[in-house]
Ligand binder design. Structure first.
Ligand code: HEC
Length: 106
């Protein structure tokens, strides 16, 4: 079972991300935003939007069968959320890590 990807377990200030050779090399203390700010630490649980407080359904397909079924939706939200959290789009590898992790959640 894949471990939790660094991408969803941590958040970085953009300045730190810029100066790291890779995101996994960045171990700065947690700051403003991470994926878990809205999706919680548990992908099988419902989250809450950090700004609007609106409920967000669980990210793991085990808990929410609609997840990861619509490519356009997945890409749209990766794009938006990665830009939000990391001020840049996620790489294919990062997205793959997140998806493998979400699929492993039972
Ligand atoms: C500011 C709040 C917020 C943050 C931060 C956030 N998300 Fe989201 N995310 C949302 C909302 C809102 C949706 C779309 C509503 C929904 O589908 O429930 C969404 C949808 C998604 C989806 C779509 C899944 C699908 O098939 O429906 C994925 C994947 C996702 N987020 C991953 C991430 C990752 C990875 C990060 C961190 C890089 C992240 N999110 C950070 C709010 C957030």
């Amino acid at each position: 079972m894949p471990g939790k990807p660094i991408l969803i377990s941590q958040s970085y200030p953009p300045s730190v991300v810029e100066h790291c050779s890779s995101r996994s090399a960045c171990t700065a203390p947690v700051l403003e935003v991470s994926c878990t700010s809205c999706h919680t630490d548990n992908p099988a649980a419902a989250g809450k939007h950090r700004k609007t407080g609106k409920a967000i359904q669980p990210l793991a397909p085990a808990a929410n069968p609609e997840r990861l079924t619509d490519l356009a939706k997945v890409e749209k939200w990766f794009k938006r959320n990665c830009s939000d959290v990391l001020e840049g789009e996620c790489t294919a590898l990062e997205k793959g890590d997140v998806i493998a992790y979400l699929l492993s959640v039972k």
